[in-house]
Structure formats: structure tokens, C-alpha cells
Design a protein around this ligand. Structure first.
Ligand code: MN
Ligand code: MN
Length: 417
């Protein structure tokens, strides 16, 4: 639609709205026409805003932007909100896990997420899977073991804020350490992947004929008479001892992996910092092993805004760690929908759809942006507009040169600059 025809339509809509007696509704939506009229502001008759049916006020109160969407919203988009807070937990002696996959969260085609707790010395058993595994430590300490396809092992300990990346098919294990064990978030580079359906050491041994086991390992078949018939998945292990001893025990003449499978994101200097907050980025350019997952850890101070932007290379899967936020996603149509996020919640933005994330609380907002890509990439709206011919931009937005000159330059990422 051209600028002119849109304006004609808006004027026409305003005239008919006045005829219907709801002109006051439009006056309240300055600069952003409530068109089509579908916000709460349209409800003028005495009972149009009532909710006489069943309600759960505690749950509803968590979603102010669903209860009362901004007048700029236009509905019709798939749900882009999910949460670990209402995900079913599987408990075992040694820890627990819960997940958000595409089965429950239809939009999340590129990434599924797992939130796992390992008790002190609790072990996630030796296993592998067909997807890449990216993870960030949320609390405590954890020991990882892995071996690559060239027979080069790595054993390492990670702490809060550290990452690991296990390429598809490489076998690994995890173990909680110290008095408080570990809690972490795992992301697989497929929305269909699940932590409850992996290739596990105990399963394979239990489902291989004993004579084949004997021939394969060069020991009598009876040696396996006590191996578990059901997989362990998560179990309570023993203290694994000092890291150096474990590293000595696995040392191989093939050496160590070309690139470490762990990375300290929390300790990384910000890629960008403003008065409004900062962004730390880990992708294959600095975390070399992370060939198919790129991550940004974003901290937004109270009153701050992660600027209007989009990502040209991949869908964005978000995990909210601290604070509270609201995000509006802008799609063709035009459509735009707003949702609220709290710790443990998950957001999803399809490739190249516009969005912002606003801190709605009075504490720091911290969240992760994950992409199924080798690199983080972003286009900033203000950067685009301040690097386009000024007259062109002024003609689009009906703004003055003075106004345009005040727009932030050079991709601030987080406002205020
Ligand atoms: Mn795994
Ligand atoms: Mn984004």
C-alpha cells in the first residue's frame, strides 16, 4: 500500500468510526492508529469488557499484554510465548529435567530447550544424539566429558555463566559438582529434539547380544551380567575427584580437540555497552567449536529497551533468566502482537521479523537470544534510518530533519545510549 492510499484509508476509517460514535477511541491512539479497531479501548458499551466466564486471576495476572494488548497490536500470529514454569518435570535420584519442544510450542522449529538439575555428584549418563547441544550454566558447577570423531577427549569443569557445545553425534556426559550441584539450560538445534529420547550407553549394552559384547570388548559375556536392563538417564554418582586426575585418566596420543567444547560467556567483555545495558556474544567467531548455535546474553537496566531490530539469518529462541519484559513481534499483514516474559519463560521470533524487548520491571532484565547459525547477525532500525538519505526517511515518516538528527546512530543495541 502506498503512503497516500494508507492515509486515505485511515481518514476514511476515522470518518466511519465517528459515525459509529467511537472517535474517542481513535484519539487515544495517537501516531499509531487503532486499525483495525480491536484493542480494549474500543469497548464502550457497559458490558463489552466484562469477563463473566471462568477465570484464573493468578495466571491471568502474569499476562498483562494478553489481557490488555496495546492499541498497536493486530492479532492473528502464532503464539510465541512458552515456559519451563509449566513444563512437566521428570525426577530421578540425582536430578531432574523438563523441556520445551516443538511438540508443545509449535512455532519453535529451529530450537528446543531443556532445563536440567544435577544434584551434588548427580550424573546425566553417557549418551549422544543426532542434534548439536548448546548449554549455559545457570547455577553451580558441572563436569563435562566428551570425545570427538578423531578420538580426542576433553574433560572440563564449568561454572555459572559458562557454555558448552557438543557437535551432533559426539558422545558426552555431565555431572553436578560441589555442595550445590548444577542447574543449566540446554538448547538443541532442532525444535523436535528431546532429552527424553537420546542414544544411551546403558540402553545399547542392554540391547546387544551377550556374545557380541564378549567379542567386541574381548571379555567373557558374564562380565556384563550386572549391567542395568533399564537406562540410567540421570543417577546419583560418586564424587568424581580432582579434575586434573580425570584429565590424566583420559589422555590420548591423538591429543586434545582442536577447539575447546566449553566457553566462558559470563566473563566475556560486552560486545556493546550503553547506559541502558550490555550484550555479550558467543558464536563460532570466538567460541570456535559452536559451529551451529550463536548466542547473545543481554542485560537491560530498569527503564531500558533492547532496540527495534531483526535478525536476517535465523529464527531467535529466547530464554528469560532475570527480571521481567515485554516484547512485540511485527509481521507482514501488518500484524503485531505483544507478550510478557518472566524468569524461565521462552520467546520465539521468526527470521527477519521485527521486535523489541523492553524491561518492564525495576531490576535488571537478563535474557538469552539463541540462533541456529554459525554467527550472530542483526539489523537495527535506527541504524538503517540514520544511514539512509535523510530526505527519503523524512518523506516516509513525516518528521523534520531536527527529529531525524536526534535518532541514535551506530546500532546502540540497548537504549538509552
Ligand atoms: Mn546430551
Ligand atoms: Mn532479537
Amino acid at each position: 500500500m502506498t503512503d497516500l492510499s494508507r492515509r486515505k484509508m485511515l481518514v476514511g476509517a476515522a470518518a466511519s468510526a465517528a459515525t459509529l460514535g467511537v472517535a474517542a477511541a481513535r484519539a487515544a491512539s495517537f501516531g499509531n492508529p487503532d486499525s483495525p479497531p480491536e484493542g480494549r479501548i474500543n469497548g464502550k458499551s457497559p458490558t463489552s469488557l466484562d469477563e463473566p466466564g471462568p477465570q484464573n486471576p493468578v495466571l491471568a495476572s502474569q499476562f498483562p499484554s494478553f489481557q490488555d494488548p496495546p492499541a498497536t497490536d493486530v492479532n492473528g500470529m502464532p503464539l510465541f510465548w512458552a515456559s519451563f514454569n509449566n513444563a512437566h518435570k521428570r525426577f530421578q535420584n540425582g536430578g531432574w529435567a523438563r523441556e520445551v519442544t516443538q511438540d508443545d510450542f509449535a512455532i519453535s522449529q529451529d530450537i528446543s530447550g531443556v532445563n536440567m538439575r544435577l544434584a551434588t555428584n548427580g550424573v546425566r549418563e553417557l549418551h549422544w544424539h543426532q542434534q548439536a547441544e548448546w548449554a549455559i550454566m545457570l547455577d553451580g558447577k558441572c563436569r563435562i566429558t566428551i570425545i570427538d570423531e578423531q578420538g580426542r577427549p576433553q574433560v572440563a569443569d564449568v561454572k555459572t555463566g559458562d557454555l558448552w557445545y557438543f557437535p551432533p553425534g559426539l558422545p558426552h556426559s555431565l555431572q553436578g559438582l560441589g555442595a550445590s550441584g548444577a542447574e543449566f539450560l540446554i538448547a538443541f538445534d532442532s525444535g523436535k529434539a528431546t532429552e527424553f529420547n537420546t542414544l544411551q550407553l546403558t540402553d545399547w549394552i542392554a540391547h546387544t547380544p551377550p556374545d557380541v559384547l564378549a567379542a567386541n570388548f574381548g571379555v567373557p559375556a558374564e562380565a556384563f551380567k550386572n549391567t542395568p536392563l533399564d537406562n540410567l538417564w540421570i543417577f546419583q554418582g560418586e564424587d568424581p575427584g580432582p579434575l586434573a586426575a580425570a584429565q590424566r585418566a583420559v589422555r590420548s596420543p591423538k591429543g586434545e580437540p582442536a577447539h575447546p567444547f566449553i566457553f566462558s560467556l559470563g566473563d566475556l567483555p560486552p560486545a556493546r555497552q550503553t547506559r541502558g545495558g550490555f550484550v555479550q556474544i558467543a558464536d563460532s567467531r570466538n567460541f570456535n567449536a559452536s559451529a551451529n548455535v550463536a548466542a547473545a546474553l543481554v542485560t537491560v537496566k530498569p527503564g531500558g529497551l533492547r532496540e527495534l531490530h531483526w535478525h536476517p539469518n535465523a529464527d531467535e529462541w529466547q530464554y528469560y533468566i532475570k527480571g521481567s519484559a515485554r516484547m512485540t513481534v511485527f509481521d507482514t499483514g501488518p500484524r503485531a502482537q505483544t507478550a510478557d516474559f518472566r524468569p524461565g519463560d521462552v520467546g520465539y521470533v521468526k527470521k527477519s521479523l521485527g521486535h523489541y524487548v523492553q524491561n518492564t520491571g525495576d531490576t535488571d532484565l537478563v535474557f538469552l537470544e539463541l540462533f541456529k547459525s554459525d554467527r550472530f547477525a542483526e539489523v537495527s532500525l535506527s541504524d538503517w534510518l540514520t544511514r539512509s538519505p535523510p530526505q527519503l526517511v523524512m518523506e516516509h515518516l513525516n518528521i523534520t530533519a531536527e527529529t531525524l538528527a536526534q535518532f541514535p546512530r551506530d546500532r546502540p543495541d540497548i537504549l538509552p545510549v
